[in-house]
Design a protein around this ligand. Structure first.
Ligand SMILES: Nc1ncnc2c1ncn2[C@@H]1O[C@H](COP(=O)(O)O)[C@@H](OP(=O)(O)O)[C@H]1O
Ligand SMILES: [Mg+2]
Ligand SMILES: [Mg+2]
Ligand SMILES: [Mg+2]
Length: 322
């Protein structure tokens, strides 16, 4: 399948959602409210989800959508001001939007896994967005448990010419490309397939509780990595591997989060990006990530993304650390 219609829509709505995020960052800064699990969420997270879902409803009304956010929180009377800001921000992108529309679009992301579905993270790396660091708008199409298309907008991603802002796109069997966020030429990207660990870079989250740093350091020592790990928020890490800026990314659940599983939207678009750029992604046991079970990667334990050539060696080092 060529996925031409899906590709055009995904590129358009992800770019539009990224614009909203940039606009909110300029006007509101990093203002956030707390969700029930105490994690932060901003006007931009909700607004971007509304824009993404609106586009998907229009062109693919039969496809379920599984997104991170939910508008229930916005019913709280003390969040009326935030609700208004979200509506105004969405109206700047979609002038005909009513307040009911916006809430319905956000809640469209409450879909369930099906033979074909979309999953999205309106802002991955909300903490990075709040700090003014990396974040990503992520959208992926999954069929029969396999990611078929992934788009990542990374508005703060550095480019060679000194500008910032990249869209990464990958379609199964068609390779991976990067496109300037403001539009322009799509440039094919490939992993860096070096296998000399002394010269390879591991990349990790900025947030230290998202992966076990003690285990990671032990794995690095086993592999003979000499460079300090690069740090980056969000799915942009997958982009860094896909374009050869880094070579391995491990996400090792911390003992205190034992049993907590990864969200599908935190990985889907990144997985296809790395795979189509020539790399490999599995869990820490070497199993493919299973996107057929629900909103969580319940059948998997942690994540390992590499340039491909070093994958089995890294898996062996991980097994030895268990
Ligand atoms: N204890 C934990 N372990 C693993 N991932 C976690 C976590 N707490 C939060 N996260 C996820 O980590 C994501 C950010 O990833 P990263 O560390 O790579 O920047 C968050 O996405 P959101 O920012 O979309 O909420 C959130 O879903
Ligand atoms: Mg996320
Ligand atoms: Mg998010
Ligand atoms: Mg979140």
């Amino acid at each position: 399948m060529s996925y031409q219609q899906e590709k055009e829509l995904a590129l358009r709505i992800v770019a539009e959602a990224a614009k909203l995020c940039q606009r909110v960052q300029k006007t509101e800064g990093g203002k956030a409210v707390k969700k029930a699990d105490t994690s932060p969420v901003t006007v931009a997270d909700f607004g971007a989800q509304a824009i993404l879902c609106q586009g998907l409803i229009k062109e693919f009304p039969d496809d379920p959508v599984i997104g991170e956010e939910d508008a229930t929180l916005l019913q709280k009377p003390q969040l009326e001001g935030v609700r208004q800001q979200i509506i105004e921000q969405v109206q700047q992108s979609i002038p005909s939007a009513t307040s009911d529309n916006v809430i319905d679009w956000i809640n469209w992301g409450n879909g369930k896994v099906a033979p074909r579905y979309w999953t999205l993270d309106p802002i991955d790396g909300t903490k990075g967005f709040i700090r003014g660091d990396q974040y990503a708008v992520a959208l992926a199409l999954v069929e029969a448990g396999e990611v078929k298309l992934g788009v990542l907008a990374c508005p703060a991603f550095p480019r060679e010419n000194g500008n910032k802002g990249v869209i990464f796109l990958a379609i199964r069997g068609q390779g991976a490309v990067e496109i300037p966020l403001e539009g322009g030429t799509a440039t094919p990207i490939k992993v860096d397939s070096s296998s000399n660990f002394e010269q390879l870079y591991r990349i990790e989250s900025v947030e230290s509780v998202h992966s076990d740093r003690k285990v990671q350091t032990a794995i690095d020592q086993r592999l003979g990595l000499t460079y300090a790990a690069k740090q980056m928020d969000s799915l942009a890490k997958y982009g860094a591997i896909a374009r050869g800026d880094a070579h391995l990314y491990t996400r090792v659940p911390l003992p205190q989060f034992k049993g907590k599983k990864e969200n599908i939207w935190d990985h889907a678009a990144g997985v296809i990006l790395v795979e189509e750029a020539g790399g490999k992604v599995t869990d820490l046991d070497g199993k493919p990530l299973d996107f057929s079970v629900g909103a969580k990667l319940s059948n998997n334990h942690g994540v390992l993304a590499t340039n491909g050539v070093i994958h089995s060696q890294v898996l062996t080092a991980i097994q030895q650390e268990k």
